[in-house]
Design a protein around this ligand. Structure first.
Ligand code: NAP
Length: 242
C-alpha cells in the first residue's frame, strides 16, 4: 500500500533507531532532520526513505514541509515526533529567550506540525501520532523546570487534541521515556541520573532499540485500541529527591 510514516528528528539517536526498525520492514518513510541528515547508506531499503529538512523552531520551515508532503498526495499512516531540545538549569538562572526557544521546539513547532497534518490524514484510516515526551513531565526536580514543563504542556495539548482527532479516526499516544542511552542523556548531570536509576526496577537506562520496539507497536494497527494514553517507559522510576 502507498502509505507513509513520518519520523520527525530521524537523525537523533531515538529517531534514528525508529527509522532503522521501520526500514527493516520495508515501509515508506519520510525522515526529517534539522542540522545533519541521517546516514542511511547501510540500510536495507534506503530507496524507501525520503529525507526532508524540518526546523521546528521555524514557522516557515514547518509550513513548507507540510506543503511538500501534501503535494505528493500520499497517504500518511503515522507521525512520530522524536525531535526535542533538552534544557537543564535553575529556573532563576534561565532567561526568557532560552525558555522561548525550548518552547518553540518542544511545544509550538510540534503543535503547528500536527495541526497541519490533521487535515492531511485520510479519514477513517486508523492513522496515528506518537509523541516522544519525557518522564520529567511528571517528576518535577530542580534543573528540569523548563524542559519538563515544555513536555508537560505538549502532553496536555495532545491528550485533548486526541479527543478531537478521534472523530477522524486519528489516535494519539504519548511515550514518557525515563533515561535512554543517547547523546542527550550524556548532558544530564550524573547525580540526577543516579537518582532516577536508583528508583527504577532495572537499574540501567533503556536502549534505543527497546524504545523503538514500543514505538513500532504504537504505530501499527495492532495497538489500535490504545488511544490517548501516556505510557511511562521507565522501568518503574518514580520520584527523586533533590
Ligand atoms: N535520551 C533520553 O534519555 C530521553 C529521555 C526522555 C525523553 N527524551 C526525548 O526523546 C526525544 C529524542 O531525544 P534523543 O535522546 O534521541 O536526543 P538527540 O539524539 O539529541 O536527538 C534530538 C533530535 O531533535 C532534533 N531537533 C533538535 N532541535 C530541532 C529543531 N529546531 N527542529 C527539528 N528538530 C530538532 C535533532 O535534530 P538535529 O540534530 O538535526 O538538530 C535530533 O534529531 C527528545 O524529544 C527528548 O526530549 C530523551
Amino acid at each position: 500500500m502507498n502509505e507513509y510514516f513520518i519520523i520527525v528528528g530521524a537523525n537523533g539517536d531515538i529517531g534514528f533507531e525508529i527509522l532503522k526498525s521501520l526500514n527493516e520492514e520495508n515501509h515508506n518513510i519520510i525522515a526529517t532532520y534539522n542540522n545533519t541528515k541521517p546516514n542511511i547508506k547501510d540500510f536495507k531499503f534506503p530507496e524507501k526513505i525520503q529525507i526532508e529538512k524540518l526546523d521546528l523552531s521555524s514557522n516557515k520551515s514547518i509550513i513548507d514541509f507540510i506543503k511538500r508532503v501534501k503535494d505528493q498526495k500520499v497517504t500518511i499512516k503515522s507521525i512520530v515526533i522524536a525531535a526535542g531540545k533538552e534544557h537543564g538549569g535553575l529556573i532563576s538562572n534561565t532567561n526568557m529567550e532560552d525558555i522561548k526557544n525550548i518552547y518553540e521546539i518542544n511545544v509550538f513547532g510540534p503543535f503547528e506540525l500536527i495541526k497541519g497534518f490533521s487535515r492531511i490524514f485520510k479519514k477513517n484510516n486508523k492513522s496515528s501520532i506518537v509523541f516522544i515526551s519525557s518522564i520529567t513531565s511528571k517528576i518535577p526536580y530542580i534543573g528540569s523546570g523548563i524542559y519538563g514543563s515544555s513536555k508537560l504542556a505538549f502532553n496536555y495539548i495532545l491528550k485533548v487534541y486526541g479527543k478531537e482527532l478521534s472523530r477522524r479516526d486519528v489516535r494519539i499516544n504519548i511515550v514518557n521515556p525515563g533515561l535512554v542511552k543517547t547523546k542527550m542523556l550524556q548532558k544530564m548531570d550524573i547525580n540526577s541520573q543516579e537518582k532516577f536509576l536508583e528508583s527504577s526496577n532495572i537499574k540501567r537506562a533503556s536502549t534505543t532499540a527497546e524504545l523503538a520496539n514500543l514505538i513500532y507497536f504504537l504505530i501499527s494497527d495492532k495497538s489500535y485500541y490504545l488511544q490517548n494514553q501516556e505510557i511511562d517507559f521507565t522501568a518503574g522510576m518514580n520520584f527523586i529527591k533533590n
